[in-house]
Design a protein around this ligand. Structure first.
Ligand code: UGA
Length: 440
């Protein structure tokens, strides 16, 4: 099939590449010329395992190209909208400006029979509005919604082997499901469940999924608060309740909480939309989830301050991790960076390191000192904070950190074995785990 993908950020670049890999002829269109040229020469703009090799291989087939020219959409029968819907600067609601301008730019090139497919995360009601607009401008064209569930760090695998495909379409749109089944023919043939539903349900599936994940993380982090106060261990508690299949162990990782470009902004936008619709309890629930999550960052600062005997002023603190999660170079709303900045504002001498996100951390927070290796970060440090659980940080042993001035480690992601560190003479603290005094 001939397909256009509008918006080539994280989602669009991966989606265009994977569709071409599945055998379609795809043009990725992004108004950012530099980004389009970069992708067209095989260089992804984000660190995503598997993407670069798949992009290079797929460009070589001649079935994939990237351009900034919107007229390249002409002739395609399916047009995926993959533009960002970030949080508005002044309100906890979604900014749909990029989505609306993508549709404006696309309209002149649509022909009757074309299907526009939204993948961006949007407030419920957006798809119906866009469908009305598209059908009015180009009779016979329509808009469907096909939300994306990929995780950063696993984006290619999640796109090629998704848990499920969700198609939303208008009641009178009989073609949408058949067209989407052709787009995803090999994925559907592999047995992936397909849920074909209305536009509003499809939009809500996405925000409900992210809200559930965020709630699960905040739930375990709320348990971490109780555990710490009661001298219990949240990691054992999570293992124990996670054995119940109805609960499951995934997303019960207690620690510094969630960040990134999706969960925080999605729960806020969903809360705002739910309140508009009069579903105040959803808005209240999500506000609490957000509040519990943000409080984890303050708690980490508190643990670091306690470990520095009550004040961080003038203390040298090493921070391992800047990305919002491992296997990503994304620092958007990164809990690790938020803690680094907070400690620096409180007078600490902070040095941050990250295997992939160093450059993005420097760009986003030029006031921070970002170094290239763990050895440089921990040199003469009075406390080491592990804030993003990259595998190489999980694998660290006390003997690897010989440069420190004081053997103090705060394990913000519950990624290390406390016994190993304590037996080596380190002061080890982690959110949701008993302090050594309490344990005695
Ligand atoms: C999330 C969803 O998991 C995807 O399904 C969704 O498609 C995506 O948002 C999106 O809307 O585009 P992502 O933002 O890549 O994916 O990251 P997650 O793996 O969900 O992690 C989010 C945050 O939660 C990270 O900061 C991570 O460190 C934190 N987290 C995760 C925890 O604190 N504890 C856990 O147990 C799991």
């Amino acid at each position: 099939m001939l397909i256009s993908v509008i918006g080539c950020g994280y989602l669009g670049a991966v989606h265009a590449t994977c569709l071409a890999h599945l055998g379609h002829t795809v043009v990725g269109i992004d108004s950012d010329r530099e980004l389009a040229a970069r992708l067209d020469s095989g260089r992804p703009s984000v660190y995503e395992p598997e993407l670069e090799s798949l992009l290079t291989a797929t460009l070589a087939t001649g079935r994939l190209r990237f351009t900034a020219d919107p007229s390249a959409a002409a002739g395609a029968e399916v047009h995926f909208l993959c533009v960002g819907t970030p949080q508005l600067p002044d309100r906890p609601a979604a900014d749909l400006a990029a989505l609306d301008s993508a549709v404006d730019a696309l309209l002149p090139y649509l022909t009757p029979g074309d299907l526009v497919v939204g993948k961006s995360t949007v407030p419920v009601g957006t798809a119906e509005r866009l469908n009305d607009r598209i059908a009015a401008a180009v009779p016979g064209a329509s808009c469907a919604w096909n939300p994306e569930f990929l995780r950063e760090g696993h984006a290619v695998a999640d796109t090629l082997r998704p848990d499920r495909l969700v198609y939303g379409s208008a009641p009178d749109d009989e073609r949408a499901t058949a067209i989407l089944n052709r787009v995803y023919a090999s994925v559907v043939a592999a047995g992936t469940p397909v849920i074909a539903t209305d536009l509003a349900t499809a939009e809500l599936v996405k925000v409900a999924a992210n809200s559930f994940l965020a709630t699960k993380i905040s739930f375990i982090n709320a348990m971490a608060e109780v555990c710490e106060a009661a001298g219990a261990d949240v990691t054992v508690l999570a293992d124990a309740i996670g054995h119940d299949e109805r609960i499951g162990r995934q997303f019960l990782g207690a620690g510094l909480g969630f960040g990134g470009g999706c969960l925080p902004k999605d729960i806020r936008a969903f809360g705002a939309r739910a309140a508009e619709l009069g579903a105040d309890r959803v808005a209240d629930l999500l506000a609490r989830v957000d509040e519990i999550n943000l409080a984890r960052r303050d708690h980490l600062t508190r643990l670091a301050t306690e470990a520095c005997e009550g004040s961080v002023i003038g203390r040298r603190i090493a921070i391992l991790g800047a990305a919002f999660k491992p296997n990503s170079d994304d620092v958007r709303d990164s809990p690790a960076l938020a803690v680094a900045l907070d400690l620096q504002r409180r007078g600490a001498h902070v040095r941050v390191t990250d295997p992939q996100a160093g450059d993005n951390a420097r760009k986003r927070s030029p006031e921070l000192t970002v170094v290239d290796s763990v050895a440089e970060a921990v040199d003469d440090a009075e406390a080491v904070l592990l804030l993003t659980e990259w595998q190489q940080y999980r694998d660290l042993r006390p003997a690897d950190l010989t440069g420190v001035r004081r053997p103090v480690i705060i394990d913000g992601r519950n990624a290390l074995d406390p016994t190993t560190w304590r037996e080596a003479g380190w002061h080890y603290r982690a959110p949701g785990r008993p302090s050594p005094t309490r344990q005695r």
